[in-house]
Design a protein around this ligand. Structure first.
Ligand SMILES: [Zn+2]
Length: 464
């Protein structure tokens, strides 16, 4: 009898434990809750009063705030009431350290701008210290304006990587290969050696994807282009290249190879998955078909293209052909900022205007280009670009309750046509909070800005 009572008591205790275990919310590292969640998933799900549960580096659930509260308890909670919660923005093309040349020379065509200002300034000022200070300043600006992943093409890329990691950002960082002597390589062969060392150093890093960045078909000979591509294939890392940016580039390809830049690179066996072409302004339908067939991604940089008057990329044609196409700012010297909200808005307006068709690029597509389509262009769509369980926890929250944002009928419309980088409140990358309610947590804002300012005299002297 006594045994039966004990057995009964034990089973009651077991049942109660089971019930409480089922009701006990699972503890996770971070819950961002209360805002309108714009997931940018395949269904385009928007959740008013939603929440995102994050554990460690990954998203574990995206649901209504009520359902998330039932299932999860965050060791840390961010209240995003009155805000929009969305995937962090992906800048598919920039030269981060070039923020130190911001506004140095404006209102010039690309060739003159490059040859008279940018290349001479780079020859005299680019150094590890310059790249460190510039990348820190760019990282500060990117975190403050909601960029969580960026693709970079520059020199001393190991310094870029160190600063990117310290800031907590995700980067696809391409070591530049160029035919003429530059600060970090006397010859393209030196550049290739440096790129290989860089790849080995950062191959398995959780935040950094090392890449090879042959500058462009017009600044490199065929054997070097092939060698750069072979290097990236050997290590299975991305290749970043400027592609068909200006009419001059198309003319150079015609004169030298009787071919378009795209067809020329294809004839070298250069094109394939893992290649990201920046700009892709001057391409024919045949070029677009080649890019699609080879699985090449494109980075569209509307502000840089407009400012340098390079031309208008045929974005609707890329979209119709289902080429992976993301948005980029290009370097701050030709933009002149790294605000991806501005890039979204300018892209949407530019293609409506150029095509005399308000449907040419919708707000939804512009937002996708800054998130999931950008991830696809970089070959990272399984890891980032939308708010979905099992993806890496890169998200931002954006204020949606100020005068400029009121009223809000459609959060996607507001993100593209109303919001600015300054509206970003909180930035999370890989589950780590980098900025919380505008307070920087990984960078010292005032000292980073002071360091950037300290370069003015040296840069000015370099182009005198
Ligand atoms: Zn560029």
């Amino acid at each position: 009898m006594r045994i039966r009572v004990l057995a009964l008591a034990a089973s009651v205790v077991w049942a109660l434990t089971l019930v409480s275990a089922q009701n006990e919310p699972r503890q996770v590292s971070l819950v961002v809750t209360g805002g309108t969640v714009v997931t940018v998933d395949a269904a385009g799900r928007v959740i008013p009063a939603g929440a995102v549960a994050i554990d460690g580096t990954d998203i574990v659930a995206v649901d209504t705030a009520e359902n998330i509260a039932k299932q999860f308890r965050g060791r840390d909670t961010i209240n995003a009431t009155g805000q929009i919660i969305l995937p962090g923005l992906i800048n598919t093309h920039t030269h981060a350290a070039m923020v130190l040349y911001r506004g140095l020379a404006d209102d010039l065509a690309l060739t003159e701008w490059l040859n008279k200002y940018i290349f001479p300034a780079e020859a005299k000022t680019v150094s590890p210290a310059f790249v460190r200070a510039g990348t820190r300043l760019a990282a500060l600006e990117m975190i403050q304006s909601g960029t969580t992943t960026y693709a970079d093409m520059y020199y001393f890329e190991e310094e870029v990587a160190a600063e990117t990691k310290a800031a907590g950002l995700r980067g696809v960082l391409g070591q530049t290969i160029i035919q003429f002597p530059v600060a970090d390589a006397k010859t393209p062969a030196d550049g290739l050696l440096r790129a290989e060392a860089f790849i080995r150093a950062f191959k398995d890093d959780p935040l950094i994807t090392p890449a090879v960045a042959p500058h462009a078909m017009y600044t490199l000979d065929g054997p070097t282009l092939k060698a750069a591509r072979d290097l990236s294939r050997r290590h299975n890392v991305p290749t970043l290249i400027h592609l068909a940016e200006t009419r001059d580039e198309v003319q150079a390809a015609q004169d030298r190879f009787k071919s378009s830049p795209v067809a020329y690179l294809d004839s070298l066996g250069f094109l394939g998955p893992g290649v990201l072409g920046a700009h892709g302004v001057w391409v024919s339908d045949a070029d677009i078909a080649i890019l699609k067939a080879r699985g090449v991604g494109i980075s569209h940089n509307p502000e840089s293209n407009m400012k340098l008057a390079s031309g208008t990329a045929p974005v609707p044609a890329y979209l119709r052909a289902d080429v992976g196409i993301g948005l980029g700012t290009d370097g701050a010297a030709s933009n002149n900022d790294l605000d991806m909200f501005e890039a979204m808005r300018v892209a949407a307006l530019l293609h409506k205007h150029a095509n005399v068709d308000p449907r040419a690029l919708s707000a939804r597509t512009a937002l996708e280009m800054a998130t999931i389509r950008g991830a696809r262009a970089l070959g990272m769509e399984r890891r980032i670009g939308s708010l979905e369980p099992r993806k890496q926890a890169d998200l931002i929250t954006v204020s949606a309750s100020g005068a400029r944002q009121t009223p809000m009928y459609d959060p996607v419309s507001h993100l593209v046509y109303v919001m600015r980088g300054d509206d970003v409140r909180t930035t999370v990358v890989n589950g780590k909070v980098l900025m919380r309610d505008r307070k920087m947590l990984t960078l010292n804002e005032s000292s980073v800005i002071a360091e950037g300012r300290a370069w003015i005299d040296k840069v000015r002297a370099a182009v005198k």
